[in-house]
Each structure stands twice: as structure tokens, then as C-alpha cells.
Design a protein around this ligand. Structure first.
Ligand code: GTP
Ligand code: SPV
Ligand code: MN
Length: 580
């Protein structure tokens, strides 16, 4: 008996009988265990040692070249009723999905070790935290889960105390793209993932549990599980506001969460609570609060340098697992826009030549414990989370969406979120740079019907004593030559300041049909090399283009049928009327 929880023990026994591993290893989460797994993977070639003089404790993993990103077309939500999963999800009947998956899992762990990984999403003593157990045959998953979650003995103890946990079964199989599925069974609180060893497909605590399964649970229990960073912005007077911001994959969450204030902003300080996922609750006083269920970062590497993101750049100089970056001749990790060194081998380990494309894979990632982040907030360990002043939606739009605007109220804010669209990125395996609807940055992650999800958002606002203000930002506007209009990164603090001033009721805003924008001059641009006409372009609202956008948003909402809340449609019609 490895646990006193009989349900867990029986499940582990059943899985072992099905998958037939040579050994079973219960992860305790210790440093010794971590080092042992690293050693074993160095011997097997699953990890390569990077230059330990320049990058102590850093290793490189090269994933299978066909296994480098999330696979949305192979990701399913399996509910009894198809409509509960909604048009936003791929669906299979649970019985059929189990049958298909169990066939793949049969005998798949022969010759391998099965790792049983108890983990806790959220501070271990938080009432908002939830536990899970991932069973996997990948030691890479085990070490990543140790960096990303509160993994091991403490989590198991909580599971034994609470009795409940999410079951995640994972095998890399043969890494065959034709035999790859990520299945979710929200009604059973379980996940089955086969055939991929990559990030969101394989680290089941992250997108599978903390978003898809958790969003389902959250709806039933009256909270929200969101694809959001949580950041604290402290002004020179020592007052801190916390913002929760939903941007789609590879659209700037990690960067905003650990932003370094520019030289012009002496006395300002940024505190990272989370960089990818937020669990939001209305507390008994009606205040919206957020916890970060994760304990580490699985962040985009390319673009990270001392100028764009000094905190991340310093953080990943030690005790980091890199996946799919290039290496220099002296075995340091290298990636596009690193600003120093040059690649010798590309992400596939081939001699680097520009003809083979980028040296680092555009979705190459770092895995590192959150405590190594210089701007890590001690409040990330607060069991009751942090109070949220504002919700911020954002997307990657080279046109149309202004730098920032504010919704009129919560209901309009829900429309702004539901109407989000963004250019696709390398975080998922499909064409990059295509604008698609991505409501609340949850298109790939909402574990149930979006129509019900929007209704749930509206209802949550009713329970808040004073719902937080809602904003929309876009750091990614471009000119005709493809250059970014806004400097972004650290300078985004200027936009955060405007939003906080709005929350504090310190400044007025300009009323436009789509919402409230800064008056020229209210956005501090001192010392910024942004021309007046560029700023005007960033803060303009093109009525006819927005009319078209709002019409498309209307059609999109309608595609969800009768379940769409009437309030949301009414708000969409209202904006359209203002535009005409
Ligand atoms: P996921 O981990 O996939 O959910 O992504 P994320 O939202 O955390 O994205 P991240 O912060 O890693 O940014 C992705 C890419 O966008 C990186 O290459 C960044 O360098 C780039 N980026 C982030 N912020 C900005 C910005 O303000 N301006 C510009 N131009 N690029 C940015
Ligand atoms: C994302 O794609 O939004 C990520 C990376 O944060 S993954 O963990 O692969 O989902
Ligand atoms: Mn993400």
C-alpha cells in the first residue's frame, strides 16, 4: 500500500494492470528524487547537460520533431450530452472515448517505469486549491511537474485528508501523431492523454486539469478557472493593485506578469503572482480574489532578452529545463532575439543553417520554479489569494483593436471578452498568424459550452459587491511594414497606470462607441519615442471596421444558438447601434 486512499490505490492498481509497467514509482517531490530523475535522463539521452559554468542546473530536452506544441484538433471534451461540451470543443461520447483510449494504453508501459505523481494546484493549505494525481511513463513529465506544481508528499497528504482528486493518465506511447489524443471527462474529473510528451498535452496539471476540468468544476461551484496572469502593480507610495489579464497563448502573459519598470518609472514595482492560470472566487465580502494554481513557469523562450524581459532572462540562467532551444558552440542555450551568442546546433540537434529555419523552435519553452523569478510575489503563497482590481483582456491584432479601452460595465466587459480575437501563434500546431475568435483567451481551454460559460461570467459579476472594471489591450498593432507601433514590454506599465487611475476614479475617459479610451495626454508618454500620429493611430476607433467586427461578433455569438445569454446579444446590438 503506497497510500491510505483506497480509491487512489485501486486506480493505480487498475492502471498498472492495463499498462503493464516494469516498475511503479510514487513521486515524493524531494530534491533527491529530482536529481535522480535528471541523472537517469542524462544517461538515457532524454536530457542533455547545458554549460554548467554559465547555466548551473540547466538541461535541454529535444522533443520529437512532430511533437512540439498543443494539438487542438486532437483534444476532446467527453460529456454525456454533446451540447454540454458545446461547439467550441471536439466531442466524443465518454464510453467511446474510454474504449479508444484504453486500447492505446493496453500494455503501453512495458519496459518502462510508471510514475505516480500527486500534485496540488494552488497553495497547499488554500481552500481554493485542488489536487490531482498524474500517472505517466515519462520522467520528463515528472521533473516538469515538480517545477510547475506543488508535487509529492504534501499533495498526497492533502489528497488523503480531502479524499478527492482529479485523475490524469498519460503515456507518451510511441509519440505517433496518428495515435495521439487528449481526452477530458469533466463529469468523472478525469483525463486521458496519449502519444505526446509536450507541455500542455502532457503536463496534465496545467491546461487539462487547471483549465478544462477546473472550468467545469468552477461553473458548478460558482468560481472561474481562467487563462490569465495575475500581476501586482505597486506605485511609489507603496499601494499595490492586482490585475488579472487574459491573453491567448504566446500573446504576452509571462512578459507582462514579470515586467521590469522602465528607467522613467523609478519607485514602481511589479509583483508576479502568476503567468498563465488564475482561479477566481468572489469572497464572502463580495471581493473578487485570485490564486495562481501553479508553482512554476512553462514559458516561451524566443524573444526573451535583457531588454525585453530582464527578470525572465535572469531567472532562466539556472535550474531550468529548456525544451527545443538551440545551443551555442560552448553548449549554452540559444534562441532567436537572445541578443548574444550564436547557434551552433538547432533545436533538432542538427548543425545550424539558416536554410533549415529558426534555430530555436518558435514554441521552445523554459520550465522553472516560480521562486526563482526576481519579481515573484510572496502573496502567491497566500491561501486566500489576492484581491483583483481589474480584469484585462487582450489579443494580438496587427489592426483594429486600440492600445487600450475600457468596458462600460461588467456586462459590457463580458461582451468584450466574448468577442476577443487574436492571431494564432506557434503554441498550437496549426497555421500561425490567422485571426480567430478566442473568447477570454479560452478557446482551446474551456471545458464546457461557451454559451453557458458567458452566462456564468455574467452571473459571477452579480455576486460581486462591486465588479472589477474590465479593459482590453493590444500591444501588437503594426504599420504597413510590419513594425510594432507600440514599444511594449516594460513600457506597457504606462497602460497599466492608466487602468489603475481609472479604477481609482482619478481620471476621466473619452467615450467612444466601443468603450472608454484615454484622453490624449492622459497616457504618460514622457521619454517615449512614439510619434503623435502613431499614438493617435494606437488610440483611434475606426467606426466602419468596428461595425464589421461587431457584426461578425454577433454572428459568432449566434453560432452558439439558444443557450447564449440574451443580455450578451443585447449588449452586442447596443454597441452596433452606437457605431452606426
Ligand atoms: P503562453 O505561455 O503560451 O500562454 O504565452 P504568454 O501569453 O505567456 O506569452 P509570452 O509572454 O511568453 O509572449 C509570447 C511572445 O510575445 C514572446 O516572444 C514575447 O517576446 C512577445 N511579447 C510579449 N509581450 C510583448 C509586447 O509587449 N510587445 C511585443 N511586440 N511582443 C511581446
Ligand atoms: C499555452 O499554449 O497557452 C501554454 C503552453 O501556456 S502549454 O502548456 O503547452 O499549453
Ligand atoms: Mn498558456
Amino acid at each position: 500500500m503506497a497510500t491510505t486512499n483506497q480509491e487512489l490505490q485501486k486506480w493505480v492498481d487498475d492502471v498498472a494492470r492495463l499498462t503493464r509497467p516494469d516498475n511503479i514509482h510514487w513521486c515524493d517531490g524531494s530534491e533527491t528524487e529530482y536529481q535522480g530523475l535528471v541523472k537517469q535522463m542524462l544517461a538515457s539521452g532524454e536530457l542533455l547537460e547545458l554549460n554548467q559554468d554559465t547555466h548551473p542546473g540547466c538541461y535541454l530536452h529535444r522533443s520529437d520533431p512532430t511533437d512540439v506544441a498543443r494539438v487542438e484538433h486532437l483534444t476532446y471534451v467527453c460529456t454525456r450530452k454533446r451540447d454540454d461540451a458545446g461547439p467550441n470543443n471536439h466531442w466524443l461520447a465518454p464510453a467511446e472515448a474510454h474504449e479508444r483510449m484504453d486500447k492505446l494504453f493496453e500494455g503501453c508501459m512495458q519496459g518502462r517505469t510508471m510514475y505516480v505523481i500527486p500534485y496540488c494546484m494552488g497553495p497547499i493549505d488554500s481552500p481554493y486549491a485542488r489536487c490531482g494525481v498524474e500517472i505517466t511513463d515519462s520522467p520528463y513529465v515528472a521533473v516538469n511537474m515538480r517545477l510547475m506544481t506543488r508535487m509529492g508528499a504534501a499533495a498526497l497528504a492533502r489528497i488523503e485528508r480531502d479524499g478527492s482528486f482529479v485523475r490524469g493518465l498519460h503515456s507518451i506511447g510511441e509519440l505517433d501523431p496518428e495515435q495521439r489524443f487528449i481526452m477530458h471527462f469533466p463529469e468523472e474529473l478525469s483525463i486521458k492523454s496519449f502519444g505526446s510528451g509536450y507541455g500542455g498535452n502532457a503536463l496534465l496539471g496545467k491546461k487539462c486539469h487547471a483549465l478544462r476540468i477546473a472550468s467545469w468544476q468552477a461553473r458548478q461551484e460558482g468560481w472561474l478557472a481562467e487563462h490569465m496572469l495575475i500581476v501586482g502593480v505597486e506605485n511609489p507610495q507603496g499601494e499595490t493593485h492586482y490585475l488579472a489579464c487574459a491573453f491567448p497563448s504566446a500573446c504576452g502573459k509571462t512578459n507582462l506578469a514579470m515586467l521590469l519598470p522602465p528607467a522613467s518609472h523609478a519607485g514602481w514595482k511589479i509583483w508576479t503572482v502568476g503567468d498563465d492560470i488564475a482561479w477566481l472566487h468572489v469572497d464572502d465580502k463580495g471581493q473578487l480574489r485570485a490564486i495562481n494554481p501553479e508553482a512554476g513557469y512553462f514559458g516561451v523562450v524566443p524573444g526573451t532578452n535583457a531588454k525585453t524581459n530582464r527578470n525572465a532572462y535572469d531567472m532562466i540562467g539556472r535550474d531550468t529545463i529548456f525544451t527545443n532551444v538551440a545551443v551555442t558552440a560552448d553548449n549554452q542555450p540559444w534562441w532567436e532575439d537572445k541578443d548574444t551568442g550564436e547557434p551552433a546546433l538547432d533545436w533538432q540537434g542538427r548543425q545550424y543553417t539558416p536554410g533549415n529555419g529558426k534555430a530555436a523552435h518558435p514554441n521552445s519553452r523554459f520550465t522553472v520554479a516560480a521562486k526563482h523569478n526576481p519579481s515573484w510575489s510572496p502573496r502567491a503563497e497566500d491561501p486566500s489569494g489576492v484581491p483583483i482590481s481589474a480584469i484585462v483582456f487582450g489579443g494580438r491584432r496587427r489592426e483594429l483593436a486600440p492600445l487600450v479601452y475600457e468596458a462600460r460595465d461588467w456586462q459590457h466587459g463580458v461582451l468584450v471578452g466574448a468577442g476577443m480575437a487574436s492571431e494564432t501563434t506557434a503554441a498550437a500546431t496549426s497555421k500561425v498568424g490567422v485571426v480567430r475568435r478566442d473568447p477570454m483567451a479560452m478557446k482551446p481551454f474551456c471545458g464546457y459550452n461557451f454559451a453557458d460559460y458567458w452566462a456564468h461570467w455574467l452571473a459571477l459579476g452579480e455576486r460581486a459587491a462591486e465588479p472589477p472594471r474590465v479593459f482590453h489591450v493590444n500591444w501588437f498593432r503594426q504599420d504597413e511594414r510590419g513594425r510594432f507601433l507600440w514599444p511594449g514590454f516594460g513600457e506597457n506599465l504606462r497602460v497599466l497606470r492608466w487602468m489603475i487611475d481609472r479604477c481609482e476614479g482619478r481620471i476621466e475617459a473619452r467615450d467612444t462607441p466601443i468603450g472608454l479610451l484615454p484622453h490624449p495626454g492622459d497616457l504618460d508618454t514622457d521619454g517615449l519615442a512614439v510619434e503623435d500620429d502613431t499614438l493617435e493611430a494606437l488610440l483611434s476607433v475606426d467606426s466602419s471596421a468596428w461595425q464589421q467586427e461587431m457584426t461578425e461578433i454577433g454572428k459568432y455569438l449566434e453560432s452558439f444558438g439558444e443557450r447564449v445569454p440574451a443580455e450578451l446579444k443585447a449588449r452586442q446590438e447596443e454597441v452596433l447601434k452606437r457605431l452606426s
